[in-house]
Design a protein around this ligand. Structure first.
Ligand SMILES: [Zn+2]
Length: 336
């Protein structure tokens, strides 16, 4: 059995962002600083993580607990919004340090955390075996008795507050978000898109949807965003990257972009190189929106900031076209 180091002895220092109502964002140090944030909610001495990053994030999350004066035993829940590995890949390893924690999962996500074999295979298909190993390492399973499967609308008590978990398909079928109605906050995983603080302007946050493989579904995604907006939240906490406000504007932009990206994908479904054309149109759309937003970054810097999302979003749109049977359909018809 490997020795579990105490948080105090850990050689890392977590980057923390303190937000209102007992919320702290912890940089999960995934890919680069400012890319992925795990959130700690603390109420009356009890704590929950919303998403946890990867195996490499674990020391930072333990250091964050230490810095906030919380014992690992104070953590009651890992609220894993969905089982994509940048969100839940480190959960099995983190659980070994948290004696009282249970992992809360969507019914479609839970089996994959108890037995990660399919998750590993699926992610290796997206990232390739070598990159997968570098990014995610060895995924540890979570013991079934430490997993709680959450129904749509299920309530969870953390210290003195009650959180509501609602199923939000569209980014992934196994996605839920965490609503904190008393504080008008929602922890959205990837359902409310991606907003890097490096792209903030005096108009506020710049936001883009995440249409990654393999379950992106435009109508479901838009319906899930509407469901979140119906709570009239003041703050939404994204994994990429943490707190945004001015929610009605961002919600409208996300819904328009999802529809636009779906239209772009459809328009190129029968091209010779659909992926190249989809990526180019997505970049043109984002460039136009960023300029309207007052973004001053030079074109290459803007493309660099969004490069990972351009690639993954294109793959997700291709997977969606393949699922709906539209990809290359004109071609197939022509030859039949
Ligand atoms: Zn993500």
């Amino acid at each position: 059995m490997t020795q579990v180091p105490s948080a105090r002895a850990l050689p890392v220092k977590a980057t923390l962002y303190r937000h209102p109502h007992g919320v702290t964002a912890v940089d999960a140090e995934y890919l680069y600083p400012g890319h992925a944030a795990a959130h700690l909610i603390v109420d009356s001495g009890r704590a929950a993580f919303v998403d946890v990053g990867t195996n490499s994030s674990v020391p930072y999350l333990l250091a964050a607990l230490d810095e906030l004066g919380l014992a690992p035993a104070a953590v009651d829940y890992l609220l894993l919004t969905h089982v994509h590995l940048d969100h839940a890949g480190g959960a099995g390893a983190l659980m070994q340090h948290l004696p009282n924690a249970r992992a809360l999962l969507h019914p479609r996500g839970a089996p994959h955390m108890i037995d990660p074999a399919k998750l590993i295979a699926g992610s290796q298909a997206v990232y390739g075996e070598e990159r997968f190993r570098r990014l995610y390492g060895e995924l540890l399973p979570i013991a079934p008795e430490r997993v709680r499967i959450v129904a749509d609308g299920e309530r969870v008590v953390l210290g003195g507050r009650t959180l509501e978990l609602i199923h939000t398909p569209g980014h992934a079928q196994h996605h839920y978000v965490v609503v904190d109605p008393a504080h008008r906050s929602i922890f959205s995983g990837d359902t409310f898109g991606i907003s890097y603080r490096a792209l903030d302007t005096d108009q506020g946050a710049f936001i883009t949807p995440s249409t990654v493989p393999t379950q992106f579904d435009p109508p479901q995604h838009i319906a899930s965003i509407d469901r979140m907006l119906a709570y009239r939240p003041e703050s939404i906490y994204l994994m990429h990257f943490s707190r945004v406000t001015d929610i009605p504007r961002l919600g409208a932009s996300l819904k328009e972009q999802i529809a636009e990206l779906a239209a772009i994908a459809r328009a190129h479904a029968t091209d010779a190189d659909p992926a190249g054309a989809i990526r180019a149109d997505m970049l043109a759309l984002w460039r136009r929106l960023a300029r309207l937003h007052g973004c001053q970054l030079a074109d290459p810097d803007l493309e660099h900031a969004l490069a990972g999302d351009l690639t993954l979003n294109t793959q997700g749109l291709m997977a969606w076209l393949a699922r709906t049977g539209e990809l290359g359909s004109k071609d197939r018809k022509a030859h039949s």
